[in-house]
Each structure stands twice: as structure tokens, then as C-alpha cells.
Design a protein around this ligand. Sequence first.
Ligand code: MG
Length: 459
Amino acid sequence: MKRLFGTNGIRFILGEELNVDDIVRIGMAIGTFFKGGKCLLGRDVRKTGDIVARAIASGLMATGCDVWDVGLITTPALQFSVKNMGFDFGVMITASHNPPEYNGIKVMANDGVEIDREREKKVEEIYFKQKFSLVNWRNVGKYITCSNEEYIDTYIRAVMRHIDVDEIRRRKFTVVVDPINSVGSLTTPRLLRELNCKALTINGNLDGDFPGREPEPRLDNLEALASAVISSGADFGVAHDGDGDRALFVDERGTIYWGDKSGALIVDYYLSTHPGEIVVTPVSSSVIIEEVAKKHGGKVVYTKVGSIYVSRKMMELNAPLGVEENGGVFFGPHHPVRDGTMTTALILDILAQTGEQLSKLMSKLPTYHQAKLRYPCPNELKEKVVEILRDMTKELSAEYIDGVKIWYDKKAWVLIRPSGTEPIFRIYAEAEEEAKLNTIVNEAKRMLEEAIDEAKRKG
Ligand code: MG
């Protein structure tokens, strides 16, 4: 059957892949799946946010669901509210880190975690077979607009329960936040003010054109944040993506880190007081996570790439921590979903408890050379390309949890996997020496090129 959902919910350009009437039908499919009930609906700052949210709301109400529209909110704040404020499910309108022209739909169950593949397939079946349970005019759902302030307030207070608030307040940190013109500006600066920090922002105005930078935070597009940290003498900087669930950090010297490094710092710190716990991470993460976890008798469990896999695996194993290289940290004691504001709170807690600067803490972690590349490939060829790559790597030390991961030695590997949200392949590689990394990356590019050519030839 055709698919609606990708790695992270449904993604589309309105008017190209999906039209407004399709969105109404997606709303009807979701409402039919949940058999009515109370839905919390929120969105990020994208220009099509209002129209998509209203179309989804119409579809939901047509199946008898009551819709509480909270408007602008981060994905993790919505997820927390769904779980803790009596909702039967939630819908977040966001394309997360994708470019401005995209939008998307994430569906949360009443536990505030995205529905799993099984339930996505049921929603897809209802959608494609048009098996909607529509109600008559007397029974259509209610539409209630509500202020996001109350929800964000409750969420921020919940985040603060997991950190040493007094000690952080005493330290009077200065932090620069780059919420990329989106909803992260509603939560992280707010948290910082509650913690007696001086909160400075860049790209802090809400703007669906994302004029500041691309919504995906990466090492190569956070120079403005790094400069702002240095010029303001801040303790650190933090950058979010479009819906505020990711966080990348910049230390006081302006060095920008990938999420597996800041994630490793959090793993190191948390496991030092909770030894032996399980950490869940996708196959794209650095071996640093495993090294740090093992130091405290912890165990790492690997999943496919995608926040749903990490969340659901954490719940299955009762694991307190999940980490993604892209800046996703899942802190189970709060909620097993990735959360950029919760991650910022944890970094503040570590700085306050250790009394050390971020650069010093990072320098104590193992260092590896890493590469992350994007390589264009039409969506319809991806599956074939993966098949060909598997064939090509049969004789190598390879694993196939997600895409193709080739191990060259215990600390050198490359992962080639199709993006679930864009027409590209992503190449992730890591090695102890730079020369070795370059060799691995070139080899991976060559194999991918060859596989794409062959897939094209086979049509
Ligand atoms: Mg996101």
C-alpha cells in the first residue's frame, strides 16, 4: 500500500504533494482511527500552519472529535500537555527541520508519544480506502481555541522539577538562544528567565520565512549563534529546529557540537548517579555514547533512525535516556520524547553542579572525526538503491538496522541511509583519524553513486 507517513510523521508541500482537501481527509482518517474524543491541536510558525491546522480540525470534527486548538507551541510542550492534561490524542502541524515550503502532521497517542508504525498503517488504510466514520450534523465535534500560555506555563514548571533550580539561579548564567524564528522562542527563553539566567536571542521573532537560517540546525549554519555567544560573553548558546524538539549547543569559546557529543555529556552525567541504566540511540550516533555509557556500567540499545523508534524503545525497556546525533535528547523522567528545552535545562544543571565551563566538560569526552553529508536521490529510487548497496556490502562487516552501516574497525564506520523526509541519502561517518575518515567517506560516496546509477539503469 502507498504510504502517508515518513520517518517523522507526514511531510508535504501544500498544493504539490497534498492539497487542502487531502488534509481534511487526513483529519477524518485520524478522527476515525481514534473514534472521537478530545484532541489537542498545535502548530509551528510555518506559513501554511493555519490553513493546515484548520483543515485537520475540520476533518476531526466531522468524525465527532472535539478539537482544542492551542495555536503556536513546541512539539514537546504539546506532547507533554496531551499526556498530562486529559487529552485522548494530539496533532502537531510542523515539518520540524525541513525547509520553509514544507509542512507536516505528527499524531500523538494519549501517552503524548507519536503513534507507532502499526497505528500509522491503520490511519493510512482508513485514508486510502476512504473508510471514514462521519457523524451527522447534530454530533459534529466542538472547536475550542485556547491560549498557549497556560499550557506552556505548566510544561515549563514540569521541566524545572528535574533540575537543581536553586543552584542554577545562584549561578546567573548568560545564554544565547537561536530558536530559528519559530516556536522554540516561546519556551526556552521563558525557562531561562525562570532560572534567573540572562536570556539573549538571535532569530527570536516568529517568521514562517525562517529568515535567520535553515530550520535544520547544523555545524555549518550556526556561525551567527557562535559569534553572538563570544561577543556577549555568554556561558553557552543553544539552537533549536522549527518545532523546538532538537537542541545543538555552542560552548563559551564558540565551538559548535553535534548532538551526540552534548548527548554523551548528558549520558555521562546522568549515569554517574544512575549507573547501569539503558541508553537508546539510533545507528547514526557516535560510538562516544556507548563508550560513556559503558564507563558507568550502562548499556546502549540501537534503533532505526527516527524519534518514534527511540521513544517507543525507551518505553518498552523503561530506559531513562535517549540520544540522537541531530540534537534530540529524550529524558524519560520528564517524558520519553525529544525535547530541546528539557535538554537546555539538563545542560544548565550540569554546568551548575560541576561548576565547570562547557568547553572544559566537552574536552573530557573522547574525540572522533565525523562527517555528515547529504546526497541527492529521487524518492522513487531509494528502496532499490538500498537493495543494491546491501548486495555490494555482503562480504563486508555490515549491519542493516537502517540503511547500510559498514564497520571498518571498532571505532570507524559509515552509515548510508535514505532520508525519510527529503529526496536525499544521508551519509554519516566516524573515525579516530581524519585521513581514515576521508577514505571512508570517499568510498561511501563512490558506492552510493554506483548504486544510484545502477538503480537508474534498472529503472
Ligand atoms: Mg523537530
